[in-house]
Write a protein that binds this ligand. Sequence first.
Ligand code: ADP
Ligand code: MG
Length: 320
Amino acid sequence: LNEFELIARYFQSSQYSDDVLLGVGDDAAVVTVPDGFKLVTSVDTIVEGVHFPNNSAAADIAYRALAVNLSDMAAMGAIPKWFTLSLCIPTIDETWMNGFAKSLNALASQFKVQLIGGDTVKGPLNISVQIMGVVEQDHWLTRSGAQPDDLIVVSGKPGEAAGGLRLLMNAHSSLHDSHHEQQLIERFLRPVPRIALGRELRSIAHAAMDMSDGLLTDLKKLCFASNCGARLQLDDLPKSSLLAAMFDPEQCEQLILNGGDDYELLFTIPSASLQQLISISNAIGVRCTLIGVITAGDQVECMRGNEQVTVADSGYDHFK
Ligand code: ADP
Ligand code: MG
């Protein structure tokens, strides 16, 4: 298979709407942004041994490459529309390519995002996806709009993905046969982009972001961007029975606060919007948990009951 045949075989994707005027095959793609909308774009690269364990299945790598980008669209309140794929692979292995393309196309079709171009080169395995979406004029979400007294909310069960990764990396358990183990590993391998939640949050959230590096470190980023502080109630963090089954309570709290790889949304709302959030959460079936409040300060304080406690922030930083 040469490069041209590879692209033709694996990356001629389905068309989901007529806004793609020119897709894969030309020198560049041409798309239409509907009137009243703005283009939202983001890129994320994933590298073997850094973002996913060495020798991960091609299907898992493809899912992750697109899912983390969809998650960025969710955090912006955008509708994901198109993406490009830069694929750096050491060899053309057809079994690997099949697994990769099948998984990529399945997730793309689930969210109706169309592959419109890319680049294919030989080298150490790494995959870069650039995603493009659209959002109603002046209604995108940002990290910078949080205000004192806002409620801090998190979707899903942060920490589970990191727990799953830990199990996956555990050399002793090559057979992950317990149900709990499998579910946690699934949380790491198949994070669900919170697109529907992001769309709904446009009407109520003051600030939003998706969490990839750890709840504590990501909350600090949101606070920094918004020029405010936060008081986090450790007792209110969403409890995971899966984590509790596999890790001791202290490890569970560490995974929740510093785990990373969650791809859940972290956002703030004015307390007056609480009822609306409850309706949204019920309507779309995504658990949302209040975990604290935004303060006028510039620190993120962690509280256990009425007492402030010090928690190490060991969130992910590539260069630390
Ligand atoms: P160029 O030489 O102009 O960079 P290429 O030969 O690299 O073009 O690519 C030819 C066409 O195939 C382009 O439309 C490009 O967007 C598309 N393409 C290349 N690699 C991929 C890929 N991995 N996924 C999707 N489209 C791709
Ligand atoms: Mg060209």
